[in-house]
Design a protein around this ligand. Structure first.
Ligand SMILES: Nc1ncnc2c1ncn2[C@@H]1O[C@H](COP(=O)(O)OP(=O)(O)OP(=O)(O)O)[C@@H](O)[C@H]1O
Length: 323
């Protein structure tokens, strides 16, 4: 069953089209990601879905209700966590939950609040001011507030932005945990490829207001990914480029720097080295397929400059390829 059906969702600010006729569907129980760079239109999409900004064109049906027609009804059924501060630092954890309960009109909220604080292991701090909470504890309190009225879906806008690596990893676990234990569907936006890869069952890649690809992370890597071998040569001999074309797709060749897109770099590495000549290599780098390469391939972003030649890594790679 689809809990979100977005159809031709569009947002214009004057003449500027921030979100341009995007359509996607989210199944109940999924963790779904909207992945894209800054300014792609992710926040605007979430704001339309949650009824925080009017939809210019198109509509979204959430839990069977049209956002365009009944934004207030939708708001009652959803949870929302933004990257902006939503806690009142001067109030205790319990008081923050109380305000949320009153705003959402949750009856018997005390029992649910106690249960959530217990679940997240912060019950003993319920009378501590939120301002004295660590970042991790704040996130747990924010998620408790979002779950207080037992929503069917939670929208998370850039949930881990600005967090250190450890807090980010524990929030990833927490997101997976609530998805499983509370059977809540989650739509999150992110510009971290790794995050989308780790968490999401399916994703839409969004760029300049348009969805440019949709699928599971694996499907996208399979379809648009591929490893990239970047080599800098001392000299580019005649015929080398056309020989390399037999191994993969040469997507860059300038200033003795060559980039070849291949299925699996390890499988063709020896062949590539044979073609260019081992002693002719100044540097060699392999970028394994990831959502980063998917994005690069889809948007045509430029290749990063080669790193310094690391002989130790190069020979280790060579040994692995020979095995
Ligand atoms: N109120 C507004 N008025 C005019 N333009 C806006 C407004 N809000 C957003 N935009 C523009 O719409 C585009 C999409 O913005 P949005 O915040 O949705 O992007 P995003 O993908 O969430 O990026 P970020 O991660 O930087 O927040 C941007 O070009 C932004 O400048």
């Amino acid at each position: 069953m689809n809990i979100v059906i977005a159809k031709n969702l569009t947002k214009k600010y004057g003449d500027f089209v921030a979100v341009d006729h995007i359509s996607f569907e989210i199944e109940k129980g999924e963790i779904y990601g909207l992945l894209g760079p800054n300014g792609a239109g992710k926040t605007t999409t979430i704001k339309m879905l949650t009824g925080l900004t009017p939809i210019t064109e198109g509509d979204a049906i959430i839990a069977g209700i049209s956002v365009k027609k009944k934004p207030r009804e939708v708001k009652k059924r959803i949870g929302w966590i933004s990257s902006e501060v939503i806690l009142d630092d001067e109030l205790t954890a319990w008081e923050n939950l109380e305000i949320q309960a009153k705003l959402l009109g949750v009856k018997n909220w005390r029992e649910k609040a106690d249960q959530l604080l217990e679940y997240f292991g912060i019950k003993e701090f319920k009378n501590r001011k939120a301002g004295k909470f660590s970042t991790g504890m704040r996130k747990k309190l924010e998620v408790s507030m979002a779950l207080l009225h037992s929503p069917e879906i939670i929208f998370m806008d850039e949930p881990t932005i600005g967090l250190d690596v450890n807090t980010r990893a524990s929030l990833w676990n927490l997101i997976k945990q609530i998805n499983r234990d509370y059977q809540v569907t989650i739509l999150l936006t992110t510009h971290y490829m790794e995050e989308a890869d780790m968490l999401c069952n399916r994703i839409s890649i969004i760029n300049r207001g348009k969805i440019i690809a949709q699928g599971t992370p694996e499907e996208l890597k399979e379809k648009y990914g591929g490893d990239l071998i970047e080599i800098e040569l001392k000299e580019v001999k005649d015929g080398v480029i056309s020989d390399l074309e037999s191994v993969g797709k040469v997507i860059k060749s300038e200033d003795k720097k060559i980039a070849i897109k291949v299925g699996n770099a390890e499988e063709v590495l020896l062949k590539v080295i044979g073609i260019v000549g081992q002693n002719n290599i100044k540097s060699l780098k392999i970028n394994k397929s990831s959502l980063d390469t998917v994005f690069l391939n889809l948007t045509g972003g430029s290749l990063e400059e080669n790193e310094e030649f690391d002989a130790r890594r190069f020979y280790a790679m060579l040994r692995r390829a020979r095995r």
